[in-house]
Design a binder for this molecule. Structure first.
Ligand code: SAH
Length: 387
């Protein structure tokens, strides 16, 4: 990132009216304004005339013990807190929705250029999992996925990805969910977008989560539709992040009809890349399988899937399809899901039937799609976060 300014040469207040999208010519001004968009190592630029220990304090507040409001950065002087307040988050919190007895919470964040970023926090007795977005929209057009149905908007910046994590972390620490840990235990790249199609920025986001926020790489799962070059690259990174492969079909004809990118990276290549990931990282790969009635829930598919899963020593996660606006596909019945799971178990494949959280607030897997206007819902809470 090129700042192009001596520390302190442009005061954030002077560029305050020059909000611009990341990546545009105005990006420098935008990055100066918003602290999460700076690399943590570049924070010194943001507060150029402050002593080093201040920079460390700010870095701690942003990454180690995040807070929702900069006024809670208690060891900073008031004027600095005021300055950071206006540029703490690289987005506005446009909407917050709750479901499942307040243990599921979806946020719609809005970037200054209008891009919508959605994240879903799911709380459990011993886990708090955040599902984050890596792109606004998605270009890969999987037929059954709401994000894919609405097309690609843009890549998210590393700071926009990390800020989703920091926001949820701050929420858990400061507000919390009933009966749920007060910190994130898992991050999954299962929100909007294909993380490996935004490789460089996702890599940098992971680096910041692991090296600066102190999260364990194993607790971070990159879920991919099967971008083979990205899987190979990820295998060579220093962090043992978990890998999930969204397979959904065990032969190329069916898979290509559901997941068009399969034409470019067919199952055999994907399996080879996943096998190599397992070899290099010694991390068990998981296979995601969205169950669609009469499409991919047959015993023939279970049989072929079992062969792949056994070769990879992979864990299979089954999830009933969440219906989406532009697809006629229906979720498999409970009975068919059980039969499918049992067929896998008979072949000694580890399998979990995943629960679906947040269906009624369109927060479930594959339902995120950057709505620009909030749906009417009784579970809806709108919270104001000033300009
Ligand atoms: N692009 C990445 C991550 C985002 S999708 C990927 O494909 O893995 C996250 C998961 O949700 C994937 O496993 C995806 O196949 C699944 N999914 C997408 N649409 C769904 C739907 N309508 N119902 C259930 N799962 C869905």
């Amino acid at each position: 990132m090129q700042l192009g300014h001596a520390p302190g040469s442009i005061s954030p207040s002077r560029v305050g009216d020059r909000l611009a999208a990341p990546g545009s010519d105005e990006a420098v001004a935008y990055e100066l304004l918003v602290s999460y968009l700076l690399a943590p190592e570049e924070l010194g630029e943001l507060v150029g005339d402050q002593p080093d220990y201040r920079v460390d304090q700010i870095r701690d507040w942003l990454y180690r013990t995040p807070v929702l409001d900069a006024q809670d950065m208690t060891n900073l002087p008031g004027d600095l807190r005021d300055e950071i307040s206006s540029r703490l988050w690289p987005f506005q919190v446009e909407m917050e929705q709750v479901a499942d007895g307040e243990t599921t919470r979806k946020w719609l964040f809005r970037a200054p250029d209008g891009a919508a970023i959605e994240a879903v926090l799911m709380g459990y007795p011993r886990r708090a999992t955040l599902c984050i977005s890596s792109q606004a929209g998605c270009a890969l057009a999987c037929t059954f996925c709401a994000t894919g149905q609405f097309g690609f908007e843009r890549h998210l910046e590393p700071g926009e990805i990390v800020a989703q994590v920091a926001y949820a972390q701050a929420f858990l620490r400061q507000i919390g969910m009933p009966g749920v840990p007060d910190h994130l235990t898992n991050i999954v790249f299962m929100g909007m977008g294909e993380p490996l199609a935004n490789y460089r920025r996702v890599r940098e986001a992971i680096r910041r989560m692991v090296e600066v926020m102190g999260m364990s790489a194993r607790s971070i799962t990159v879920s991919t539709v099967g971008m083979v070059p990205g899987i190979n690259q990820l295998a060579d990174e220093p962090w043992p992040v978990s890998l999930a492969i969204s397979l959904h079909a065990a032969d190329d004809e069916l898979r290509t009809s559901l997941v068009p990118i399969n034409k470019r990276y067919p199952i055999a290549e994907l399996e080879a890349a996943a096998a190599e990931y397992f070899e290099k990282k010694r991390r068990r790969v998981s296979i995601e399988w969205t169950m669609m009635e009469g499409v991919n829930d047959t015993l023939d598919q279970a049989d072929k899937l079992a062969s792949i899963a056994r070769r990879l020593r992979a864990h299979v996660n089954l999830i009933a399809l969440n219906p989406t606006p532009l697809s006629e596909a229906k979720p498999s019945t409970q009975l068919h899901i059980e039969e499918f799971a049992n067929a896998l178990k008979r072949r000694r494949v580890n399998v979990t039937v995943r629960d679906t959280r947040g269906r009624d607030i369109d927060a479930a897997c594959g339902q995120l799609r950057a709505q620009s206007s909030p749906p009417g819902s009784s579970a809806l809470i709108e919270i104001g976060v000033g300009d």
